[in-house]
Design a protein around this ligand. Structure first.
Ligand SMILES: Cc1cc2nc3c(=O)[nH]c(=O)nc-3n(C[C@H](O)[C@H](O)[C@H](O)COP(=O)(O)OP(=O)(O)OC[C@H]3O[C@@H](n4cnc5c(N)ncnc54)[C@H](O)[C@@H]3O)c2cc1C
Length: 448
């Protein structure tokens, strides 16, 4: 057993990481699909979209050939509507709410239609918005992820000059560095960031980190307001013996490497264990398989019924040939010559419901071992507690606390996205960015 890179040919890797939800091949496909929409008067699809995109309207615009209008409808509610059409778990959002589900028919392919018009807008650089003339107000945004970008765009539209400080060399946040490569390409992420900033009035300063190159206090002096959209970036430790052995990696770093390098350079084991059953765990498992790992086993401490991933994600892992061990929690990683050899797990059973409402896993005291040469930890992310604590921002274990107007306890400092909610979806972060911009516009006197 060994951890190695370059397991598959270049062609096979490209095939494995190609678009998991391909677009319409012809315009006719989009028109036919859009004509299936029955335009429900109460639009459950719109109600279940965190950014409230007017879905029946944009679909109608596609049906009538008004693609620019359709893209504008989408972007007016969600400036990352292009990326969201590729990464949103639509089965639990708009498509899950489509009335066709009640008729036991396929829901309208809303994401594919959304992708159809937004991709055209981004590819053709359609100028759909004009910002108001600069009004002299200046806002600093920390983090060029979905929350920061959505906030910056909404502020710039109103004539505010925005400077984004981003610690990485590229924008997009986890869209660029986290989401599975077969959902969205780095090229698309870059084009999306450029499209958002093409409105003008947004300057992104890359490789500038809060806590290292800048402080909140400095920004408060220089800017009229500050928005924090720093996300959650640190993987949760398992806190078990053997966690430091060679071959134990965290899913966030594993995926970051995969998103920033040639696939052929990413090393993966023969037998990989992935700890967790959330979206990140699924992404780590499926991408390990697609890199050429022979066996990938997902290990989860509850049962299939309590798994946090969606059925669509679960199906993807099954289709990729991953296997699953339920009711098992990692207890110890055993090694040989400093390298991972076995993962010892505790057998669990389900007890009373916990705070999440799901039955809590309880250790039975029995154990078993699995032969593995790589362990990927995907048991959740924790907030940047240290960074937040240093700035005296009110927080709960690192998750920033905000008022209904998105303001923190610090004067003129607003926040939103994963750094507040602890980690949800891209679409939630976009809405949080919009909410932050609304609060800031009131704070700086540009709206009531
Ligand atoms: C592996 C993985 C897969 C995912 N897959 C999906 C998916 O398929 N679909 C989906 O909808 N959601 C997915 N998500 C969740 C989604 O990516 C996030 O909810 C979303 O990106 C949050 O946006 P954000 O702007 O709040 O934070 P982020 O996207 O994390 O952006 C924060 C930005 O702030 C920057 N930053 C952090 N600290 C500093 C600092 N000190 N100084 C300056 N800049 C800083 C970061 O570099 C980053 O660019 C996934 C998450 C992970 C981890």
């Amino acid at each position: 057993m060994a951890i190695q890179s370059n397991r598959l040919s270049k062609e096979k890797l490209l095939e494995n990481f190609s678009d998991v939800h391909p677009p319409f091949e012809h315009a006719e496909g989009a028109v036919i699909e859009s004509n299936r929409c029955i335009n429900c008067f109460d639009a459950p699809c719109t109600k279940s979209c965190p950014t409230s995109i007017d879905i029946p309207l944009f679909i109608k615009q596609i049906a009538s050939g008004n693609i620019k209008g359709s893209a504008k409808t989408i972007f007016s509610s969600n400036i990352m509507g292009g990326g969201c059409s590729k990464v949103c778990p639509v089965e639990k959002l708009c498509e899950g709410a489509c009335v066709y589900n009640l008729l036991e028919e396929e829901p309208i392919h809303i994401a594919k239609l959304q992708r159809y018009s937004t991709e055209k807008a981004i590819e053709n650089k359609w100028k759909l918005f004009t910002r108001k003339p600069s009004n002299g107000k200046k806002v600093a945004v920390i983090g060029a992820g979905p929350a920061g970008l959505a906030c910056a765009h909404a502020l710039s539209l109103e004539g505010v000059d925005v400077t984004i400080f981003e610690k990485e060399a590229k924008g997009g946040g986890l869209m660029t560095y986290g989401v599975a490569a077969y959902k969205v390409s780095p090229e698309f992420c870059e084009a999306e960031v450029n499209y958002i900033t093409s409105i003008g009035g947004i300057d992104i300063q890359y490789n500038k980190a809060l806590g290292k190159d800048i402080t909140i206090a400095e920004l408060q002096k220089k800017y009229d307001a500050v928005f924090l959209g720093i996300g959650v970036g640190v993987a949760r430790e398992l806190a078990i013996p053997g966690e430091n052995l060679e071959g134990v990696v965290d899913a966030i770093s594993f995926i970051y490497d995969l998103r920033t390098n040639d696939y052929s350079k990413i090393a993966v084991g023969d037998k990989v264990a992935v700890i967790g059953m959330g979206m990140t765990a699924i992404d780590a498992a499926t991408q390990s398989k697609r890199l050429g790992a022979k066996e990938v086993t997902m290990i989860y401490r509850r049962t299939e019924n309590e798994k946090p991933c969606t059925e669509v994600e679960y199906d993807l892992a099954k289709l990729d040939g991953c296997s699953f061990i339920w009711l098992a929690a990692p207890k110890e990683v055993l090694g040989e010559n400093g390298k991972v050899k076995q993962l010892v797990c505790s057998k669990m059973t389900l007890g009373e419901p916990d705070a999440s409402g799901r039955r809590a896993p309880v250790d039975t005291g029995e154990t078993f071992a699995v032969d593995v040469d790589m362990v990927i930890k995907a048991a959740g992310q924790i907030p940047f507690e240290e960074l937040v604590a240093k700035s005296s921002i009110q927080n709960k274990s690192g998750k920033i606390s905000i008022s209904p107007k998105a303001e923190t306890n610090m004067k003129g400092v607003f926040a939103g996205g994963d750094c507040v909610n602890g980690g949800k979806e891209v679409v939630d972060a976009v809405q949080a960015g919009k909410d932050g911009a609304k609060g800031i516009l009131q704070y700086i006197g540009l709206s009531k």
